[in-house]
Design a binder for this molecule. Structure first.
Ligand SMILES: *[C@@H]1O[C@H](CO)[C@@H](O)[C@H](O)[C@H]1NC(C)=O
Ligand SMILES: *[C@@H]1O[C@H](CO)[C@@H](O)[C@H](O)[C@H]1NC(C)=O
Length: 478
């Protein structure tokens, strides 16, 4: 009951970007249809009314897929799952609450708590106890939304992603050990697998599941309705989709057969380690430079200076990656260019700019190291999130609250504009947009006209692999 109140508040005050799937209630607004349609509408209205009066979400009603899942799970209501996402740039907690529909036994996602903390767990490589402490803060946040009596039945799981994958094994293990201690004393349901480094395959599949679950695309026998999930993290990037059968044989290594609501679906998933936005930045910035950098050894206040063709000549900015502190600058022999401005008076302006062709070549060389491209990705609708979404909002391509649709080519156009614009507030925007464009175009073979749907939330739920992981734990145990 308490969760429900919070849910209403959260929806009223929901500030973030979300995609709203078509709801049954929208149908009722359509005027002047035939009598048959009127009858159907009245029927839906009655069902929706029942749904609302019992506190259910109308959008989830009538989903047979969910019905079957709830049946196979045999779950009581309400119940919870707590997932901690230990990413390379920060740690997040998601506390989900579900219940079983009284009408049709559907499994319904009611609410989630989402909180994050920076920096990521991997930044505590030399102080693992402190790292575990940062997770304890998040666990305590989850405790505020879950009744104490339920803690012992609520699975708690932490999955670390690329940040920890890239750490030396010994340091990563020390961190995991400290986290395990915190977990065992948390009061939540844990097992020896509660704390782990997730492989990129699971990350991709869980994200894909989350997206398709929230969009209600997991319909029987129809992989064609499913949506591809593109996730751009800090260290790695994931591409996950249900390919057509002619694209399954030639990339079998990346095909996984999953059971989603009794549908046996073949999924392609590939995690490209090193193609996360921050890992790519580092590779692009240091391209062609012989730097003696030892990562993950504290550089005791010293900074490594790097100059890059992808950085505007006026920029000098601090940047840290993999425990190394950099001062990032544009090239010494930077170029100026006369750019037409839309200023009043239409005066031409002589601006320091990034040599776009040179930068593009460096980015292409890096992305060109991708050998196994996803085949058949262009046949699916594509949903892209995380850094794809963040960068697109930062340059105004989409509304940060509503999200939106852009083409691959839009990223190129925006990149060329941003690279012509000296902007000390967004020192990496030229590089980031150029990388995103090249990744989509050359790395994943998408066409300039291919559309990408960019959202952070769907029906006010976070787009993250964590929901898929929660389902997996509820279905298969910790
Ligand atoms: C799902 O399909 C794959 C490939 O067709 C097959 O190998 C697998 O056994 C099937 N799994 C189930 C549970 O039917
Ligand atoms: C700028 O300097 C770099 C490194 O010295 C050199 O490779 C490049 O050709 C120069 N570019 C121009 C346009 O002068």
């Amino acid at each position: 009951m308490e969760m429900r109140k919070r849910k209403l508040e959260a929806q009223d005050g929901s500030s973030n970007n979300h995609y709203t799937a078509p709801r049954a209630t929208k149908t009722m607004n359509r005027p002047n249809r035939t009598n048959i349609i009127m009858i159907i509408i009245i029927g839906i209205a009655v069902l929706v009314y029942i749904g609302i009066s019992m506190g259910l979400k109308p959008v989830r009603m009538g989903s047979k897929a969910l019905d079957r899942l709830a049946f196979s799970l045999n779950l009581q209501k309400p119940f919870y799952a707590v997932i901690i996402d230990a990413g390379s740039t920060g740690s997040r907690v998601l506390a989900f609450s579900f219940h079983e529909s009284i009408i049709n036994s559907n499994l319904i996602l009611d609410d989630e708590l989402f909180e994050q903390i920076k920096p990521g767990l991997s930044s505590f490589a030399d102080n693992p106890a402190k790292g575990a402490e940062s997770l304890e803060i998040l666990i305590n946040k989850a405790k505020t939304v879950i009744p104490k009596s339920e803690w012992q039945h609520t699975p708690l799981s932490m999955k670390a992603t690329a940040g920890l994958r890239l750490l030396p094994k010994e340091k990563a293990n020390k961190l995991l050990e400290e986290c395990e201690k915190v977990f065992q004393n948390s009061g939540f349901l844990t097992s020896k697998n509660s704390v782990s480094i997730m492989d990129g395959t699971d990350e991709g599949i869980f994200s894909w599941f989350t997206v398709n679950f929230l969009l209600d695309r997991l319909t029987p026998q129809s992989h064609e309705n499913t949506v591809a999930a593109l996730d751009l993290g800090g260290g790695s990037t994931q591409v996950t989709f249900a390919p057509d059968s002619n694209h399954i044989k030639d990339q079998e290594k990346h095909i996984f057969s999953i059971n989603a609501f009794n549908n046996n679906i073949s999924i392609y998933t590939h995690s490209y380690l090193g193609m996360g936005l921050m890992a790519a930045r580092k590779a692009i910035l240091t391209y062609g430079q012989n730097l003696e950098i030892e990562e993950n050894t504290p550089s005791a206040g010293s900074k490594v200076e790097i100059r890059s063709e992808c950085i505007n000549p006026i920029i000098s900015t601090d940047w840290s990656y993999g425990g190394v502190n950099y001062v990032v600058k544009g090239p010494l022999n930077g170029t100026h260019k006369v750019v037409k401005t839309q200023n009043f008076g239409g005066v031409d302006e002589d601006r320091p700019v990034v040599r776009f062709a040179e930068c593009l070549q460096i980015v292409r060389n890096y992305v060109g190291t991708i050998v196994n491209k996803p085949l058949g990705l262009e046949n699916r609708e594509i949903m892209a999130f995380s850094y794809y979404f963040d960068r697109a909002t930062e340059v105004g391509l989409i509304d940060p609250f509503a999200g939106g649709v852009v083409t691959v080519g839009t990223f190129l156009k925006q990149a060329t504009e941003s690279c012509d614009y000296p902007n000390t507030d967004q020192p990496f925007i030229c590089l980031d947009l150029t990388f995103i464009y090249v990744l989509l175009r050359d790395g994943f073979d998408l066409q300039p006209a291919t559309k990408l749907q960019l959202y952070k939330k769907i029906n006010s739920h976070e787009l993250s692999w964590a929901l898929g992981a929660a389902f997996n734990i509820l279905q298969n145990g910790l």
